[in-house]
Design a protein around this ligand. Structure first.
Ligand SMILES: [Cu+2]
Length: 480
């Protein structure tokens, strides 16, 4: 009975409790059965979220909106196309799966396996890291405020581990800290974690063994409110930023090194990061999580101004939202931001630390550059290697500081096919991948007609075709 009392105590009282049963499923945008006391957004956005009330702001054109204290300033409270009062829109983390669950006597039950992972950072570049359910980062746990959850953790690693649920206010015995709250889970053994979720926001789970954290053991843990926040968003994306050091001629990360030379977003490096694709005029939420061992990331987004609406601690009151185009995400911090995608095009979305915008810095810039870029080759050919001078004699070396352009990693046709073969990148400029490296990805804002062609049609789209159509204004936009 203790569990029941506890559960009742943590029930979200008032609005959410009146909405419905705990078994509501995510992704089914059903209207709650009971009328709920949660006021729809200023009453004025129903039934079709007509944008007409926001007279200063157009979801389709550049607009400052009203004065800084107004609701429409920089699109601050301009809703998406989605109606108020519905459940949350499903969360999307590009290149990551969701952790399936089953309902067992009113409890959502998940199974998480701690496993070694061979992760394809770039096409055919498989790196050895650790994660969950054969994925690094692990699959997303997605739940709803008020859920009771049970997570069965199997340790399939060759050493002990434990799993912590970062940011969740839960009974201490399930906090996952070795020594302090539990014994480590030995290899081959299982531990069950079970608790109620009374918060909402961007949380995550991770090993609480430091070197295992540095080796990739993390995953999103998203808790939605039972009724989506106002103003409603149409899309809800998430990106996990990580750094690794992978020595030359190795494909196994070295978690002892306080250095980094490989950078991943959701376990892939640019340009293998799958672009996020949305429709022109939608209201977008993007959740950023930094799970790098040592490095903070100033994440910059082009072409739009976004509002910082949440942190790893949950939703920020609207009065405290901050307009930004770059936000510094520190280690183990999450930041949620929202904006109206008014500006069509392919917009880069990246960490602004220059060394995080490149990968695998083995042949370094400046005087470090040598013809023998492969260390094994270099060592094998010591007696008769070409003199460094033969490289340095190139006229360009007479300019102090040359070269500053990082030498690109070469990618073969098959690798390029993997990058360009994705539906999400159809119609981008032919060489788009040349500008997307390391901690970079792309958010594509596509007018309806082009969105449909890219995401739903099977017609052939030539490289650059979609970009050109936008740049030259060759599309129709519903500006109602
Ligand atoms: Cu960075």
């Amino acid at each position: 009975m203790k569990k029941n009392v506890t559960r009742r105590q943590v029930l979200f009282t008032g609005a959410a409790a009146a909405v419905g049963s705990f078994s509501a499923q995510l992704g089914h945008s059903e209207t709650p059965k009971h009328s709920h006391p949660h006021k729809s957004f200023k009453e004025k956005n129903k039934p079709n979220n007509s944008n007409s009330e926001f007279s200063y702001y157009s979801r389709y054109r550049p607009s400052f909106g009203g004065p800084p204290d107004s609701e429409e300033y920089l699109g601050k409270l301009v809703p998406g196309f989605r109606k108020s009062g519905l459940g949350a829109v499903p969360f999307e983390a590009p290149d990551l799966d969701k952790l399936p669950w089953k309902m067992v006597n009113g409890t959502k039950e998940f199974e998480l396996r701690c496993t070694p992972v061979r992760r394809e950072f770039l096409p055919e570049q498989y790196m050895n890291v650790w994660g969950f359910n054969d994925s690094m980062p692990g699959p997303t746990i997605e739940a709803v405020q008020g859920d009771r959850i049970r997570i069965i953790v199997h340790n399939e690693l060759p050493e002990p581990t434990s799993v912590h649920w970062h940011g969740l206010e839960l009974p201490v015995e399930f906090d996952g800290v070795p020594g302090i709250t539990q014994h480590l889970i030995p290899p081959g053994k299982t531990k069950v974690y079970e608790y109620d979720l009374h918060q909402t926001g961007t949380f995550f789970y991770h090993s609480h063994v430091a070197m295992q954290e540095a080796f990739g053991m993390v995953g999103f843990f998203i808790v939605h409110p039972r009724v989506a926040y106002d103003p409603p968003v149409d899309r809800d994306f998430g990106l996990i930023f990580q750094n690794f050091f992978i020595p030359p001629n190795s494909n196994t990360a070295d978690s002892m090194r306080m250095d980094w030379n490989w950078h991943t977003i959701n376990g892939r490096s640019g340009p293998y990061t799958t672009p996020m694709v949305c429709k022109h005029g939608e209201r977008i939420r993007i959740r950023l999580l930094d799970f790098s061992p040592m490095q903070h990331h100033p994440i910059h987004f082009h072409g739009h101004t976004f509002w910082l609406t949440g942190t790893e601690g949950g939703r920020i009151p609207t009065s405290a939202w901050i307009p930004r185009n770059t936000t510094l995400v520190g280690v183990a911090m999450a930041q949620d931001f929202e904006f109206v995608a008014f500006n069509p095009g392919d917009w880069i979305f990246h960490c602004h630390m220059v060394h995080h915008m490149m990968n695998h810095m083995v042949p370094q810039v400046g005087p470090h550059i040598r013809r023998e870029q492969d260390v094994a080759n270099y060592l094998d050919s010591l007696p008769n290697r070409p003199l460094a001078e033969s490289v340095l004699e190139k006229p360009a070396f007479k300019v102090p500081g040359y070269p500053q352009k990082m030498q690109s990693m070469s990618m073969n046709q098959e690798a390029l096919r993997k990058i360009n073969g994705k539906r999400e990148s159809r119609g981008m400029r032919k060489k788009w991948h040349m500008g997307v490296k390391g901690l970079m990805t792309v958010l594509r804002v596509l007018p309806d007609e082009l969105y449909h062609r890219v995401m739903h049609s099977d017609e052939n789209i030539a490289p650059g075709e979609i970009f050109e159509a936008i740049a030259k204004g060759k599309f129709s936009t519903d500006s109602s």
